[in-house]
Design a protein around this ligand. Structure first.
Ligand code: PMP
Length: 422
């Protein structure tokens, strides 16, 4: 499609500066001019309903977060080697949402830094170097974390210390997903140890978002965690995607499984767009790590970062967003499930406001349908993305303030696009 002149000019400027690193969405990229609640306003004069972005979890430009950041940045902003109240107010409030044993937090700026630190803590505690991850996982962009993020590999295989298992998909493991997944993890551990690599831990995104969204049945992860502990490894729960109430069942994806991880990493929604992330773990694991290495992060735990993050926690509570994620999520999942007979949908999965709709038929996974829907929905004013090994799973993760009306708008639009005459 020919791009409107203003968009074409910006795309050209972008490519000149950012080169091959520039990645854009959509045939006609969106130029954003404003955002509010679940809406992104674009330069074409339209307000797009945002079902893609899980960072602005309490809503774009939530007034509480805007106010907290503005107030604190006008007062003082400094690194964390000084005393100030707000980071303690935050740490205490956040840690209260964890099982009692997980009582220490290290603040960072990104999910990647959090996972990088989690790998280091797990290596120190286990004495191993080997990690098991799912085959389309994404955990971040440092050199160590890229190695445990198979979805980032453009060419080639993982290094020897990284072993991949399939996602916990009933289509692969049958009805007892938990048992099948645990056996795959056990097999991966045995294979690495046979190659002389000592196991350090299992790292998973507890909603398996980039693998294509796998949430059910709650509790299925337990068997794999048991296998991990028996083999002397640590279980690292990456909550960057499901954390902060998105599953509608408490604050954390792991709690849906009734688990207590050894290490939990978080990021994205934590500051509603302000870069703040963290690692939560047991005090003794952190103490062991710190005996060998210090950890300092200039911008992490700053007053502004923790003020933003505190406002997010307060907004989740005050706006009742966990209950809303549950209620609107159930409604949307029921409506999407209803579409199954009308289109080549092989599964509707997920929990709360993290849903996946997989497309496929006898020819296999149908990424073409997901791609056409992404552009078709944009034409109807709705933003959405895709995930999964084959890119055939629509990934639905709006700000948690969406209503059932917004959910109906998405379901209606999908129904129209999937109805051949529609
Ligand atoms: N873990 C998961 C599951 C993620 O989805 C991401 C980001 N997409 C990260 C970690 C990395 O976070 P960041 O981009 O903040 O480094």
């Amino acid at each position: 499609a020919a791009l409107p002149p203003d968009i074409a000019a910006l795309v050209e400027r972008r490519q000149r500066s950012f080169g091959a690193g520039s990645v854009l969405f959509y045939d006609v990229p969106l130029k954003v001019v404003k955002a509010e609640g679940p809406y992104l306003h674009a330069s074409d004069g339209r307000a797009y309903l945002d079902f893609y972005n899980n960072v602005p979890t309490v809503g774009h430009c939530h007034p509480k977060v805007v106010e907290a950041v503005q107030r604190q940045i006008g007062q003082f902003n400094i690194h964390s080697r000084y005393l100030f109240d707000v980071s303690h107010d935050y740490a205490e409030k956040l840690l209260a949402s964890f099982p009692a044993s997980l009582s220490n937090i290290v603040l960072t700026c990104t999910g990647s830094e959090s996972n990088d630190l989690a790998l280091r803590i797990a290596k120190r505690a286990s004495g191993g170097t080997g990690f098991v991850v799912t085959q389309t996982a994404y955990h971040g962009n440092t050199s160590a974390v890229t190695e445990v993020s198979p979805s980032s590999y453009r060419n080639g295989a993982p290094p020897p210390h990284v072993r991949m298992v399939p996602p916990p998909d009933p289509a692969i493991f049958g009805n007892d997903v938990g048992q099948g997944f645990a056996e795959a993890v056990a097999g991966a551990i045995a294979a690495m140890e046979a190659d002389g690599i000592r196991f350090a831990g299992l790292l998973v995104d507890t909603i398996f978002s980039s693998d294509g969204v796998f949430a059910d049945p709650p509790g299925f992860l337990n068997a794999a965690v048991e296998v991990t502990h028996k083999a002397g490894g640590l279980f690292i729960a990456d909550e960057v995607q499901p954390g902060f109430g998105r599953t509608g069942a408490g604050m954390w994806g792991f709690s849906r499984h009734g688990l207590t991880p050894d290490i939990v990493t978080m990021g994205k929604p934590m500051g509603n767009g302000y870069p703040v992330a963290g690692v939560v773990t047991r005090p003794e694991l952190l103490a062991d790590f710190c005996a060998d290495f210090g950890y300092f992060n200039t911008f992490a735990a700053s007053p502004v970062a923790t003020a933003a993050a505190l406002a997010v926690l307060e907004a989740i509570e005050e706006d009742g967003l966990i209950a809303n994620a549950d209620r609107v999520g159930r409604h949307l999942k029921a409506r999407l499930t209803h579409l199954m007979g009308k289109a080549p949908i092989t599964a509707v999965r997920g929990a709360g406001l993290y849903l996946g709709v997989a497309f496929g038929d006898e020819s296999g996974p149908r990424a073409d349908i997901a791609k056409a829907l992404i552009n078709g929905l944009k034409a109807k004013g709705i933003l959405i993305g895709a995930a999964g090994q084959f890119g055939n799973v629509l990934k639905i993760r709006p700000p948690l303030c969406v209503t059932t009306d917004h959910a109906d708008q998405l379901a209606d639009a999908l129904e129209q696009l999937l109805t051949p005459t529609g």
